[in-house]
Every structure is written in structure tokens, then in C-alpha cells.
Design a protein around this ligand. Structure first.
Ligand code: ADP
Length: 435
């Protein structure tokens, strides 16, 4: 349970840190991307305006001269000698009036962008694929040139911003990579911190467990003395007790016995919690322990007119703690007897099964009792849980039996589960590794 809490705390810390990191990376990425985008589009828009203004007279001239072929540009018309900035001035029919062409590898892609231009926008960013198989990022701006109300031409200006775009991508990759590293670091720190947080909790739980173990242990001695005293009074032939007093003595003895069982169960669980119980494993025949348990419960079974049947398929040797396995079978068969109606049957099946490479001894204890509602089938293994308090009051028991059974099975690296149908009976299945 503590390991689960620590794992959950670590996940929580890491997720929180991850969220902060994600927000940080998001903000950094947006500011870099947006800043560059705004800067580059503004720059190119201003340039488009400048070119439109400066080339206006030439455009007017173009119409006056009867639309000659497009003009080569001279160096004073080149707005950027690096070749990254290029422009096209086009007449209303899409004929090029004047152009500063981009580098040859970009030409087709640029012309496609210009011809597909959506006139509603005055800037636009496009990633185009080049004949070389590479990609280029281009920023465009368009500026219309009028004479009075009359549209004369459109100036399209573009800039190759591939280098910027690649550098943004590289920064983002670096930030993301660093983010993942930090996340791993956060997971480690989270694990360490959750361990620190757990220390007082672990100590307090350990103290509580120790207290329960000590208290149960301390209660045992006075209880034994009380029980012996009551038994001595009960056996004393010379005492002149009234029948009423004798009944009180008998009832008190029953209650002391009940209390003794409860304290023994509590002590077993408390010691299991503190890790004080060591298994004394040895190799023994499972069916002989089962037969012993059935024998020890014979009187109870007879009293309730219930027959207990043991069915085995040949001898099965297990390497386990015989006392604990005895206790486990006692709990399961005793429960079967407690919850079965008069005249019915409790069956115990033992056989060898294999799951993967592991061989298990499968122990099944089956009864035809009232069964357990599906919603309680997991809870019955919890401490002090009883399905129906009213029903449970008729049957002695404290709700600790199955918790002990589960602890014994877990301590042997086995499994326990129940199949039950209301009104039909219950079937407890235990898988115990044989080695
Ligand atoms: P208890 O000491 O009360 O028997 P257990 O832990 O052994 O405590 O069982 C818990 C509860 O599970 C019981 O109170 C009972 O309600 C239910 N239960 C256990 N075994 C059976 C069974 N064979 N048939 C029906 N109910 C059962």
C-alpha cells in the first residue's frame, strides 16, 4: 500500500512539473514563433509598399508604352542583394511588368504561390517543396497599385525565411529535448521527495502496527488467567452455585473463548503487519493436513449435520508452512460449515495445476450456503468485514478469518479468490505454488 502511495505521489509530482514545463515550452515557442512571424511579415509588407511607391512611375510608363515585354531589373531596383528578397509586378492580366526573380531553385514554387494568391490577404507564409526534395519557407506580401480609382498592377514581394524557420525548429527541438530531460529529473526528484514525505507516515504506521501487536500480546495473559479461573469454578464440584450463576459462568466462558480467538487473530495480523511472522517451510503432504483439519472440525460438522468431503487426485507435496496451511484450510472449511444449512455438504478438492512454468496445488472449498453478493466478494477479504451483520451475529466470527487466509496465501506467493452465486453457494479457490 505504501509503495502504491509513493508511486502515486511520484506520478502526481511529475505530472504537475510536466504541466508547468509544457506551459513554459508553449509560451517560449509561441513567443519565438510569433515574434519572428510578426517581424518578418511586417518587414515584407513595408517593403511591398515601398516597391509599389518607387515603381509606380515605371508601371504608368508600362501602360503608356503599350505593354512591352517585362523589363530586366537594374541594380538600383534590387531591394536586397542577398537574393533572399524577390518581387513580381504584374498587370491585370497576370503578365509580369517587372521582376526581381528569386534564385532558380525557388522560381517555380514562388510563381505557383503568386498565381494562386488569395486577394483577400496581404501577407502569407508558405512552406514549399523544391525540386531538390528540400523544403523552403517563404513569406509573401502583396500591394496593389492604383491610378485614382483604377487598379493598375499588383506588387508581390517574397522573402526566403528558410534559415529562420530552421533555426526556430532547432530551438524548439532543443527546448523539447531539454524538457524531456527535466521531466525525467522531475520524476527522480518526485520519487525522492515522496520518499521523504512518506517517512513520518511509515513511522506512524509502524508505531500503530507495533501498538496493535503489543496490545494483543498483553491482553492474552490476563485473558488466559480469566479463562482458567472460570473453568476452575465450572469444574469445582463442591461449589454451591445456583443454576443462574452456573449459566453466567458458562456464558462468561463462551465469551472469554470468543475473545481469545479474536485476540489470537488480531495478534496474527498485527505480527504479520510488523513482519514478525516467519514462515517455517517444510515439505509435507497437503491432503494429510486437509484430513487433519476436517478431523478437527468433525464435531462442529456433526453438530450441524453437515458432511465434509475431501476429494484428491493423488498425493501432492508442497513446500510451505504446515501450521499456516492448516490455519488457512481451517478458516475456509470452518466458514463453509458456518454458512451452510443443516444437512448440506462442504466439499474440499485438491489437485495439481500448471500455469506457465509454475506448478500449483489448487485447493477448492465449496459449500451450498447462501453465497456472497457480487459487490461484497472483494470486501470479504478486508479486516472486520462481514457481509450481513445481522446474519453474522448468528454465526460466531469477527470478520478476520479471510484476512488471515489472504495473508497466509500471499506470504506463500499464492492466490485466493472466490466464486459465489447468491442462493447457490460459495467456492473459495486457493492456488499454492508447490515449491
Ligand atoms: P468471519 O470470522 O466473520 O467468518 P471471515 O473473514 O472469515 O470472517 O469472513 C468474512 C465474511 O465473509 C463473513 O462474515 C461472511 O459474511 C462472508 N463469508 C465467508 N465465507 C463465506 C461462505 N462460505 N459463505 C457465505 N459467506 C461467507
Amino acid at each position: 500500500m505504501l509503495a502504491r502511495i509513493r508511486r502515486n505521489l511520484t506520478i502526481l509530482y511529475t505530472m504537475l512539473f510536466g504541466l508547468f514545463l509544457l506551459a513554459f515550452v508553449g509560451i517560449v515557442y509561441t513567443s519565438i514563433f510569433w515574434g519572428t512571424y510578426v517581424e518578418k511579415t511586417d518587414e515584407i509588407r513595408l517593403l511591398a509598399g515601398q516597391i509599389a511607391r518607387e515603381q509606380r512611375s515605371e508601371i504608368v510608363q508600362y501602360y503608356k508604352n503599350g505593354r512591352p515585354a517585362s523589363k530586366e531589373i537594374v541594380s538600383e531596383d534590387d531591394y536586397d542583394i542577398s537574393g533572399q528578397v524577390f518581387y513580381y509586378i504584374m498587370d491585370l492580366n497576370g503578365k509580369v511588368i517587372k521582376a526581381d526573380l528569386p534564385v532558380p531553385v525557388l522560381r517555380d514554387a514562388v510563381l505557383d504561390q503568386v498565381l494562386d494568391w488569395d486577394p483577400a490577404t496581404d501577407t502569407h507564409v508558405a512552406t514549399v517543396s523544391l525540386p531538390t526534395g528540400e523544403y523552403a519557407t517563404l513569406v509573401f506580401a502583396a500591394q496593389k497599385v492604383y491610378s485614382g480609382e483604377k487598379l493598375l498592377a499588383t506588387v508581390y514581394v517574397g522573402r526566403d525565411v528558410t534559415a529562420y524557420s530552421r533555426s526556430i525548429k532547432r530551438s524548439v527541438m532543443t527546448i523539447a529535448g531539454t524538457g524531456v530531460l527535466f521531466l525525467l529529473l522531475a520524476a527522480l526528484i518526485g520519487y525522492y521527495l515522496s520518499g521523504k514525505v512518506m517517512i513520518p507516515i511509515v513511522r506512524s504506521i509502524a508505531r500503530q502496527k507495533q501498538f496493535a501487536a503489543d496490545a494483543s500480546h498483553e491482553l492474552r495473559n490476563p485473558l488466559s488467567v480469566l479463562l482458567t479461573s472460570v473453568e476452575a469454578v465450572e469444574r469445582d464440584k463442591d461449589s454451591s452455585l445456583s443454576p443462574f450463576s452456573r449459566q453466567i459462568i458458562t456464558d462468561a466462558k463462551d465469551e472469554f473463548l470468543r475473545l481469545k480467538r479474536l485476540i489470537n487473530d488480531l495478534l496474527t495480523l498485527a505480527r504479520a503487519d510488523t513482519g514478525d511472522v516467519k514462515l517455517n517451510k517444510e515439505v509435507f503432504l497437503l491432503e494429510s493436513v486437509a484430513a487433519q483439519v476436517i478431523h478437527s472440525l468433525e464435531a462442529v460438522a456433526e453438530q450441524r449435520n453437515i458432511s465434509v468431503r475431501l476429494q484428491e487426485n493423488g498425493p501432492i507435496e508442497v513446500n510451505a508452512d504446515p501450521e499456516r496451511i492448516h490455519q488457512l484450510l481451517f478458516i475456509l472449511i470452518d466458514n463453509g460449515l458456518k454458512h451452510s444449512s443443516q444437512g448440506s455438504e462442504v466439499s474440499v478438492y485438491i489437485k495439481l495445476v500448471q500455469s506457465g512454468r509454475i506448478h500449483y496445488a489448487e485447493i477448492v472449498v465449496e459449500d451450498n450456503g447462501p453465497g456472497i453478493p457480487p459487490e461484497f466478494q472483494k470486501q470479504i477479504f478486508q479486516r472486520f468485514f462481514r457481509v450481513d451483520e445481522a446474519r453474522a451475529r448468528d454465526t460466531e466470527g469477527s470478520g478476520l478469518g479471510l484476512s488471515i487466509a489472504q495473508w497466509i496465501v500471499n506470504a506463500h506467493q499464492g492466490e485466493i479468490h472466490v466464486n459465489s452465486e447468491e442462493g447457490k453457494g460459495s467456492r473459495f479457490v486457493v492456488l499454492l505454488p508447490v515449491k
